[in-house]
Design a protein around this ligand. Structure first.
Ligand SMILES: *Cc1c(COP(=O)(O)O)cnc(C)c1O
Length: 224
C-alpha cells in the first residue's frame, strides 16, 4: 500500500474505534474529535491525511507548524490547528495568530502573553489548561491542587477563553486514574473540553469523557 491509502485506512479504523468507544460509554458519536498529531511527520503523510478528510491537527512546535500550515490555511477554511506542546512566552503572539486552540496554558506569565496577543489580534484562540496530573517534576502543567485557582486566574484576571483541560499521564502508569482526575477538575470548574488519550490509550480516555483524543503514530506511522 502507498502512504495515501495506508493513512486513509488507518484513519477509518481509528474513527470506527473512536465511535465504538463513544457508543460504549453512552456518549454521542460526535462528542469526540480525532486530533491528528502531525509533528515531525513528512509532508506526504500530511497530504494523505488531508485527502482522507482529516481537518483537525495537533502540532507541538510553533515554527514547525508555521512552516507546514501557513500556506495551506487559505485553501482549507475548515482546517483546525491545535498547539499541544509547550509554548514559550516569546512565541505567544505567533502561536495566537496561527492556532485555533492552545492546549498547553500552564503558567501565569504565559497567560499574560496570550492576553496581550489576543488584545493585539482582536481575537483569542480557545485555551485549554494543561494539568500535570502525575505531578512529575519534568512535565509541564499546573498541579491538580493549583488547578482551580489557576483556571479562575486565566478566566477572570486575563479574560482568556478557557474551554477545558489537557493532560499527558505519566509513562508506564495506568492512565485511567489521571483521566478521571482531569474530568473531575473540569466538571467542578464548568469546563466542557477534555484533551486526553493518545495512540495507546484513547479508548480509555473516551470512557472517562475525553472530547479530543490526540493520535499521532497510530494514524501516520512512526515519526521520523
Ligand atoms: C506526540 C504527542 C501525541 C501523539 O502521540 P502518539 O503516541 O504518536 O499518538 C499526543 N499528545 C502530545 C502532547 C504529544 O506530544
Amino acid at each position: 500500500m502507498n502512504a495515501l491509502s495506508d493513512i486513509a485506512a488507518r484513519r477509518a479504523s481509528l474513527l470506527a474505534r473512536l465511535e465504538a468507544a463513544a457508543r460504549g460509554a453512552g456518549r454521542e458519536l460526535d462528542a469526540v474529535t480525532l486530533v491528528a498529531v502531525s509533528k515531525l511527520q513528512p509532508d506526504d503523510r500530511i497530504a494523505a491525511a488531508l485527502a482522507a478528510g482529516q481537518r483537525v491537527f495537533g502540532e507541538n512546535r510553533v515554527q514547525e507548524a508555521q512552516a507546514r500550515w501557513s500556506a495551506r490555511r487559505e485553501a482549507l477554511p475548515d482546517l483546525r490547528l491545535r498547539l499541544i506542546g509547550p509554548l514559550q512566552t516569546n512565541k505567544a503572539g505567533d502561536a495566537a495568530a496561527l492556532f485555533d486552540a492552545i492546549d498547553t496554558l500552564d503558567r501565569e506569565k504565559l497567560a499574560v502573553a496570550l492576553a496581550v496577543a489576543a488584545q493585539k489580534l482582536g481575537r483569542s484562540p480557545d485555551i485549554l489548561v494543561q494539568v500535570n496530573t502525575g505531578e512529575e517534576p519534568q512535565k509541564a502543567g499546573v498541579s491538580p491542587q493549583e488547578a482551580d485557582a489557576f483556571i479562575r486566574l486565566a478566566r477572570e484576571t486575563y479574560s482568556l477563553p478557557v474551554k477545558g483541560l489537557m493532560c499527558i499521564p505519566p509513562l508506564g502508569e495506568p492512565p485511567a486514574m489521571h483521566f478521571a482526575l482531569l474530568a473531575k477538575i473540569a466538571a467542578r470548574n464548568g469546563l466542557a473540553e477534555l484533551s486526553m488519550g493518545m495512540s495507546g490509550d484513547f479508548e480509555t480516555a473516551i470512557r472517562f469523557g475525553a472530547t479530543q483524543v490526540r493520535v499521532g503514530s497510530a494514524l501516520f506511522g512512526e515519526r521520523e
